[in-house]
Design a protein. Structure first.
Length: 605
């Protein structure tokens, strides 16, 4: 028999399959996410749909689609999908079959044996139903593995020494927290708590409500009443917005022609800030902390006894989750293994070990350093221009993009000096200066002007830092090559000198600082600086669609590859010229080309 054993996370919202391939444990599957939505359905034509296609039709044809079947595992309750009735394990078997097919396509061999994970609280009938689902899918289930155990294996805590870890797992529809001791392959779940009906879906519901209320306010129509297709679009838009808000301080939701009235399309356009969103979800996230306290209490452990907090589940990308955990437990949670793949990877580690391979942990590409910018803040009651907070935190998987918001510190301030540092110290001057640039030509205004600082770090160690003036979209950017390389003694010495110069401004109010809150383009490649300025977005007066296209484009400029950016700027100029001269055909052509380019760029990001 082949020695291939697959590790499977059969999840409530998504499922994944991992196996040993190319010298390491990998999650296998098509696309970037390699996640199969745990959804099964029949199309109107009666075709069986598993995964993305079933999920896409769920809002429109709920009676022909089933999701979250995991909640029913172990019960005899049949679910009706279209005109057929299924046991929960039969639906799960369809999901497992699809995953086995993914592995087959990736490895050229279909797995016959598998390790499947289940929540620590699963009862015997639930575990047996999971085994049966495997058997129905043609898989011998060699081990049923507790999810927290899988997560601790993925994070490398199965190295042989004893560890006590807290595993916080917030997925799409369920929340679990477990206190676990691990020693080699022996793992004991000391205590486990959670809420079977709490997860990212609830965050989507709250945002959908907010979007529907906004649409009703703008147009007087309630999409919640009798408009299933529009409501489904809002739900999608809400989930997308939610995901962006994990990395951006604001999100703009635009749904064109959500409904039509008297042949007129009704659009939804609204901006939501992370602050507002966090206000909405805070009570839900806080309720998870009660479970954390209970699990600690039941395990007889104190927060100080924990070697680590491990984050598992897609919803743990929500920054409020980490910040509340730090506040309450005083330990920074680890999220260096992709939170939604950690369980599958851990199952893959166990499966590989059972197949006789010495696998210690999974390999992931993470940023070994934190990066951020300095700002004018308060230290010891005095204004201090070199305050620092990381924007990119070390041990975060790559590639990544993060944005933070800063404000100009003086009325009519039109320039900001941006100093980019590598390090974690609250005093920027104790970190390593890796680049700086000046943003000029900001709008002179009496009130504080909002500037967004966006950092993007890729697997090749290229760090791009962009500052964007939010109100105009004007931006400036630097690109730092080799950001992940350890600095040489000379570089550190040179950086120290620069720091010394900056140090001399200690305590002074500097005119070009910003406070915690970017549109010009500068490239610094290994020290050489090249400046390219981006124009502020053009206003093609009267054409809302083109205006919104231009604005979207401005938001994306910083993320584009150099050639795309050049093309986008060229198209901006063409649109501007065509709008100014009233040349409708040229306007149409240039905006059509820009739309296509953005479609392409958005697909890449
Ligand atoms: P899981 O069950 O672990 O696959 O988690 C799925 C949940 O994670 C869904 O509710 C997703 O919307 C959510 N999710 C995925 N990515 C993000 C993100 N970047 N920020 C917040 N939630 C996310």
């Amino acid at each position: 028999m082949s020695d291939l054993i697959a590790g499977i996370d059969l999840g409530t919202t998504n499922s994944e399959i991992a196996a040993f391939a190319g010298g390491q444990v990998r999650v296998l599957g098509p696309g970037d996410t390699r996640m199969l939505p745990s959804c099964v359905g029949f199309s109107p034509a009666g075709e069986l749909l598993v995964g993305e296609a079933a999920r896409n039709q769920q809002a429109l044809y709920p009676e022909r689609t089933v999701r979250s079947i995991k909640r029913k595992m172990g019960s005899e309750e049949k679910v009706r999908v279209g005109s057929k009735d299924f046991l929960p394990q039969e639906i799960s078997a369809l999901i497992l079959r699809e995953l086995a097919e993914w592995a087959h396509r990736a490895l050229g061999e279909r797995p016959q044996r598998a390790v499947i994970t289940v929540p620590a609280y699963f009862s015997d009938p639930q575990r047996n139903a999971t085994r049966e689902a495997g058997a129905l899918a043609g898989l011998e289930v060699v081990r049923i593995l507790n999810e927290p155990t899988a997560a601790s294996l993925a994070y490398g805590y199965g190295d042989g020494s004893p560890h006590t870890v807290l595993i916080y797992d917030l997925g799409g529809g369920t929340f679990d927290v477990s206190v676990v001791t691990v020693e080699g392959d022996i793992t004991e779940v000391l205590a486990s708590h959670g809420n079977n009906h709490l997860g990212g879906d609830d965050f989507d519901d709250l945002l959908t409500e907010r979007l529907a209320a906004e649409f009703e306010k703008q147009h007087g129509v309630d999409v919640r009443q009798g408009h299933p297709a529009a409501k489904a679009r809002l739900w999608w838009a809400a989930e997308e917005a939610k995901k962006k808000l994990s990395f951006e301080p604001y999100v703009k939701v635009r749904e064109e022609a959500l409904l039509t009235r008297l042949f007129r399309p009704l659009h939804l356009e609204v901006e939501i800030s992370r602050d507002e969103y966090e206000g909405m979800i805070r009570p839900l996230v806080e309720s998870t902390l009660d479970s954390v306290s209970k699990a600690l209490q039941d395990s007889g452990k104190k927060p100080g006894d924990m070697d680590a907090i491990l984050l598992v589940g897609g919803s743990t990308r929500t920054p409020l989750v980490s910040s509340l955990l730090i506040e309450n437990i005083g330990l920074e949670p680890r999220q260096d293994v992709h939170p939604d793949l950690a369980v599958a990877l851990g199952a893959g580690v166990m499966a590989s070990r059972l197949a006789g391979r010495a696998v210690e942990r999974v390999l992931v590409d993470v940023s070994p350093y934190s990066f951020g910018v300095s700002y004018l803040g308060d230290r010891g009651g005095y204004p201090y221009p070199h305050c620092y907070k990381p924007i990119i935190r070390r041990n975060t998987p790559l590639p990544l993009t993060r944005t933070e918001q800063y404000m100009t510190s003086h009325p009519y301030q039109t320039e900001v000096d941006v100093h980019v540092y590598q390090g974690d110290d609250e005093d920027a001057l104790k970190n390593i200066l890796v680049g700086d640039f000046r943003v000029e030509g900001l709008t002179a205004m009496e009130d504080a002007n909002e500037i967004l600082c966006r950092m993007r770090l890729d697997l090749d160690g290229i760090l791009e830092v962009a500052a964007v003036e939010k109100r105009t979209g004007k931006s400036k950017q630097i690109r730092i090559a080799n950001a992940l390389r350890a600095k040489s003694a000379e570089e550190i010495a040179a950086g120290r000198e620069q720091i010394q110069e900056l140090y001399e401004t200690r305590g002074e109010m500097v005119g070009d600082a910003w406070e915690t809150a970017e549109d010009l383009e500068e490239e610094v490649v290994d020290g050489g600086a090249q400046v390219v300025e981006m124009p502020a977005p053009v206003r093609a007066d009267g054409d809302a669609e083109i205006e919104s296209l231009l604005e979207r484009s401005h938001w994306l400029l910083a993320k584009m590859h150099a050639e795309d950016r050049e093309e986008a700027i060229d198209l901006h100029e063409k649109i501007d010229t065509a709008a100014a001269s009233g040349d409708v055909a040229a306007l149409k052509e240039a905006s059509g080309a820009l739309k296509e380019l953005l479609f392409f760029v958005e697909g890449q990001n």
